[in-house]
Design a protein around this ligand. Structure first.
Ligand code: ATP
Length: 603
């Protein structure tokens, strides 16, 4: 018996009308042959019956029995499935000739049955023939042996409207226009006089809108001290989405420094995490500037110094006990995780503020799952005394009456970004506690509602794209630098090598043509959303105006324009440079290219 049935698809050829016809004919012939054989068998059966009756009249009973059994077997081979094999009737053995005759008559009836079956076969063949004529154009599934699946027609399905949580849908609005919304320092509630003076001494007399909104909110969460939130509750986490250059750094530096000013024991209470060494350095500088004169210590863990040097700046051992030397740590994720895992003198048990700057980039690259490592380090008591301390910390869980009763030092997260992510999976990773959002992008803005990442473009920014070819791109850049006399200029390329080539090209060209020239910039953003917008955001900062030019090959244009729209840009203009405008530069450019080739070879 076959274990498996294999249905083979014979291909389109196998299904066409002509082959159907020939198959039907072959089947018909086969059935007709079978019918003939059966007819002959029934005839021979009749003859056998006649001869048997004559022989049996003279023969002995044992022979008769044998033949009778043989007759049954014969029938079985003819229709093995259609007829049941029944054990020989004991009565038959004991009865005489009459019984045998009766049995043989039964045998005759069976052959009649055969005829009936053959008749049925003929009918079936006829039916196949008519069916085939109907099915000349279409092939039925039963014919091919394959089940044809259906129901895949395109249906119009209503789009699911994204429902944002209330805190995302209804943020506290930050004014985008910096210059017309400056707030005098003294009008911002909560800033202590010491810091007010410090700000003024740094040349800051007004606060930017983001600072005027966020500083009081953070100060309010520490108005009852560092250890407990207002009314004993854990303070809400704060998320800020504001354009590049809108002054976000001071929005967290000022309140955090003020909260720490009254501290007695030095412990790491503030941790600021940034995606790159350079950004960490910038933020570290601002922290140091405002910590000065308050005996607060700022330590950098960004890989600028060796691990051992960083280790020494974090803690010291006095009388066998490790003492923290840092109040504020500014770190990049990689180095931070190294210290959590390898440095026994680094403790985050007293951490009160976790600042995640450039939060969009930090979520995108959860390097070594740094956030979960930080959380573990915060809630893991290092010393036995801490485990039984009245201010023992437990990882946040659903709020119940019981979980509210023991006082607990809160860990408050402060997120700052120029991109507002609405992706629930990304936000989930941050484990925010009743977040409060300050944003200068409104969720019902005119941008693509599908887009989950919207960038906060500075108001003073005007964006252009310049169509170009690969061979003409360097010449176009030279044209923008030298002819249009933008200054200062900052150029971005997509690799270190490309930046070096561009630098050499500009210097060699200037040397050849115009003499010493003050160069820097043109924008060639890396072709990726987040990086691209952060680079554009290097201009038009602090309420000033700025221009950004992006040089695009023909194949990049559509994708880039769509990306700009999706990101919520107020608009990008096309800037075409006529070939005639480049003509006078061409001879010098060709000469410079030769020189550049030689210089690169020498290097
Ligand atoms: N109140 C203020 N008055 C004058 N200048 C300010 C004020 N606040 C910030 N600045 C200046 O504005 C510039 C941009 O500030 P900052 O770097 O904090 O912006 P940002 O929003 O953090 O930008 P990014 O997202 O690109 O990091 C800095 O040079 C800073 O010194």
């Amino acid at each position: 018996m076959a274990l498996f049935f294999i249905n083979r698809y014979l291909g389109d050829e196998g299904d066409d009308g002509s082959s159907n016809e020939s198959r039907a004919k072959a089947l018909l012939a086969k059935l007709q042959r079978k019918a003939k054989v059966k007819e002959q068998q029934s005839l021979s059966c009749q003859e056998e019956y006649q001869s048997k009756t004559t022989v049996e009249n003279d023969g002995d009973t044992s022979v008769k029995k044998k033949r009778k059994n043989k007759g049954v077997n014969l029938d079985e081979t003819k229709h093995p499935k259609k007829r049941k094999v029944s054990p020989p009737d004991p009565e038959e053995l004991s009865e005489g000739d009459n019984a045998r005759k009766k049995k043989d008559r039964k045998k005759m009836q069976l052959t009649e049955e055969d005829k009936e079956l053959l008749k049925n076969d003929d009918e079936m063949v006829e039916k196949i023939q008519t069916d085939q004529s109907i099915q000349d154009t279409e092939t039925s599934p039963s014919q091919t042996g394959f089940t044809i699946l259906g129901g895949f027609e395109k249906k119009i399905i209503q789009k699911v409207q994204r429902v944002l949580p209330k805190w995302l849908a209804e943020p506290d609005v930050i004014q985008r226009d910096i210059t017309s919304n400056l707030v005098p320092i003294s009008d911002v509630p909560g800033i202590c006089t010491k810091l007010q003076r410090k700000l003024e001494s740094n040349g800051i007399h007004h606060l930017f809108p983001v600072q005027a909104e966020v500083i009081p909110a953070i100060l309010e969460s520490v108005s009852h001290g560092l250890l407990i939130g207002r009314g004993g509750y854990k303070p809400r986490d704060i998320c800020v989405s504001a354009p590049t250059g809108s002054g976000k750094t001071l929005a967290f530096v000022i309140p955090v420094i003020q909260a720490l000013m009254e501290r007695v024991v030095c412990e790491v209470r503030v941790l600021a995490v940034l995606p790159t060494k350079e950004l960490a350095q910038q933020v570290g500088k601002v922290f140091s500037s405002y910590a000065e004169g308050n005996s607060l210590k700022v330590v950098m863990l960004a890989g600028q110094k060796s691990f051992a040097t960083e280790q020494a700046s974090l803690s010291e051992n006095r009388g066998g006990i490790s003492h923290s030397l840092a109040d504020i740590v500014v770190a990049t994720p990689g180095r931070l995780v190294d210290h959590i895992n390898k440095n026994d003198g680094f403790s985050l048990e007293h951490l009160r503020f976790l600042i995640i700057d450039e939060a969009d980039r930090m979520i995108d690259s959860m390097h070594q799952s740094w956030l979960s490592q930080v959380t573990k380090a915060v809630y893991r008591p290092r010393r036995v005394s801490e485990a039984v301390s009245i201010f023992k910390r437990t990882e946040p869980a659903p709020i119940t009456a019981a979980s509210l009763s023991p006082p607990q030092m809160p860990l408050q997260k402060l997120l700052f970004s120029a991109t507002l992510t609405q992706n629930p999976e990304k936000l989930q990773q941050l484990g925010l506690h009743q977040p409060r959002l300050f944003s200068s992008v409104h969720s019902r803005s005119t941008t693509n509602p599908e887009s989950q990442e919207r960038f906060n473009f500075p108001q003073g920014l005007t964006e252009y794209y310049v169509p170009c070819t690969l061979s003409k791109k360097p010449l176009l850049i030279l044209h923008f630098i030298l002819r249009l006399k933008f200054s200062p200029i900052l150029c971005f390329t997509n690799s270190r090598e490309a930046a070096h080539r561009l630098y050499l090209l500009v210097h060699l060209f200037v040397k050849t043509k115009d003499g010493p020239f003050n160069v820097c910039n043109v924008l060639l953003p890396f072709y990726s959303t987040t990086f691209c917008w952060h680079r554009v955001g290097r201009t038009a900062r602090a309420g000033k105006s700025g221009l950004a030019f992006t040089f695009l090959l023909g194949v990049q244009e559509n994708k880039f324009i769509q990306m700009v729209k999706d990101a919520g840009s107020p608009g990008i203009h096309k800037q075409i440079v006529k070939p005639g405008n480049l003509k006078s530069m061409e001879p010098c450019y060709q000469q410079t290219l030769l020189e550049l080739g030689n210089t690169i070879k020498v290097v």
